[in-house]
Write a protein that binds this ligand. Structure first.
Ligand SMILES: Nc1ncnc2c1ncn2[C@@H]1O[C@H](COP(=O)(O)OP(=O)(O)O)[C@@H](O)[C@H]1O
Ligand SMILES: N[C@@H](CCC(=O)OP(=O)(O)O)C(=O)O
Length: 374
């Protein structure tokens, strides 16, 4: 203990999401390191023994699948990554299951795709699954469903997935465990870099140089995706501790190790969080000045009457950017029409559209419940 007070954000948390990266689970030679999994599980069991609930988001499926397939490094191609994940995910969860059993804890596997947090019916379903697992005392182990995820429908990194899961399960704390003991103001390999102990506002990140993953080659996002995950979580009211996996015990006891990102915002619907922070828009809708005012100032739905054009190829339900007359994105939303349908709607009132095209065309182009301001 450094002499500073324990972190109340940690000691007071009743539901904790812990994310561990591939680089913290693998051996130098590649493949899952059973000793590291075992130490992590001991820490998680200790948190549960204090009465808190734990959800683990674990990377490592691809890394765990490399050795059995005779591969020495993470493959570049999507199909090979999917195959490695298919082989590795079972091995990874098996390891956790065995280790948790030593503590009398049951492991449950939850594999998520992007749709599970963006489509209304799916995210309610995912929430209920987690609620039931936690109610039964199970420790859910989450990963992206890498084997079926294609480039288009991929989270791509588990840091942001962990932030969304933290929000989805209404966690009080997110702990990101990596191979580096916190956020540094420059790349940690740089001898002049120093640890940033607290990030209270966005301004604290102004002087931080955020780089990509280390040389080991198994991690994906580097520090960028961790900081983005911290932004998502803290912006939704969830504090984040970022530290090294081998300091997990201290961090989860509340010792001031690593970097604490303080909560800055309030809770909002999970899928809107995702929409704002992590989706790639499939196209753009161009708005006239009145529609920009309605959407931005009055938080109204976007009606066809205020749309002057569309670009990109999207289908109903896809995320699109809503741009002002200068082409600057002002909001992002889930569109209710396919790109091909939009030209026939331009500038028309809902009433006209209903009369000419039928009641299906009376609806908003983007409903206000499916909109976030940028
Ligand atoms: N400013 C920074 N502070 C800390 N680490 C950084 C920074 N910039 C880049 N990094 C790199 O990010 C790496 C962690 O990312 P990654 O390997 O993707 O981890 P994980 O597998 O845990 O998700 C660190 O090992 C470090 O090399
Ligand atoms: N879902 C992938 C990991 C993706 C990922 O984010 O990896 P990492 O940067 O190590 O947390 C897997 O299990 O291999």
């Amino acid at each position: 203990m450094s002499g500073r007070e324990p972190r109340v954000e940690v000691t007071g948390a009743r539901r904790v999401v812990v994310k561990v990266g591939s680089s913290s689970l693998t051996t130098a030679a590649g493949g899952i390191d059973p000793a590291r999994v075992s130490r992590l599980v001991d820490v998680l069991a200790a948190v549960r023994a204090r009465g808190a609930e734990v959800v683990l988001v674990s990377s490592g499926a691809i890394a765990a699948g490399l050795a059995p397939l005779g591969l020495s490094r993470r493959p570049r191609g999507l199909a090979a990554q999917q195959a490695a994940a298919s082989v590795g995910q079972g091995l990874l969860v098996h390891r956790y299951t065995e280790e948790l059993a030593r503590h009398g804890v049951i492991a449950g596997q939850v594999l998520l795709t992007l749709d599970d947090v963006t489509r209304r019916s799916h995210y309610r379903n995912a929430y209920q699954t987690f609620a039931k697992l936690l109610d039964l005392g199970v420790l859910p182990i989450v990963n992206e469903n890498d084997t079926v995820a294609t480039t288009e429908i991929r989270f791509g990194d588990n840091d942001r997935l962990a932030a969304l899961v933290a929000h989805l399960v209404h966690a009080d704390l997110l702990v990101l465990l990596s191979d580096v003991d916190g956020l540094y103001d420059a790349h940690p390999a740089d001898p002049g870099s120093s640890l940033v102990t607290d990030v209270a506002t966005e301004a604290d990140l102004d002087s931080v140089s955020i780089g990509s993953a280390g040389a080991a080659g198994v991690g994906t996002g580097g520090m960028q995706t961790k900081v983005e995950a911290a932004r998502i979580a803290t912006g939704a009211g969830i504090p984040v501790v970022l530290t090294a996996a081998d300091r997990a015990a201290e961090a989860l006891e509340g010792h001031p190790v690593g970097t604490l990102f303080h909560a800055t915002g309030r809770r909002r619907p999970t899928r809107l969080l995702w929409l704002a922070h992590a989706t790639e828009p499939k196209g753009s809708l161009h708005l006239d000045a009145g529609a920009v005012r309605a959407v931005v100032e009055r938080r109204a739905s976007l009606l066809a009457a205020g749309v002057t054009g569309a670009s990109g190829s999207f289908v109903a339900g896809d995320p699109v950017d809503l741009c002002d007359p200068d082409g600057v994105p002002v909001a992002r939303g889930l569109v209710n029409f396919d790109a091909g349908e939009v030209p026939s709607l331009l500038g028309r009132s809902s009433h006209e559209l209903k009369q000419e095209l039928g009641s299906g065309y009376e609806r908003e182009v983007v409903h206000r419940d499916d909109l976030v301001l940028l």
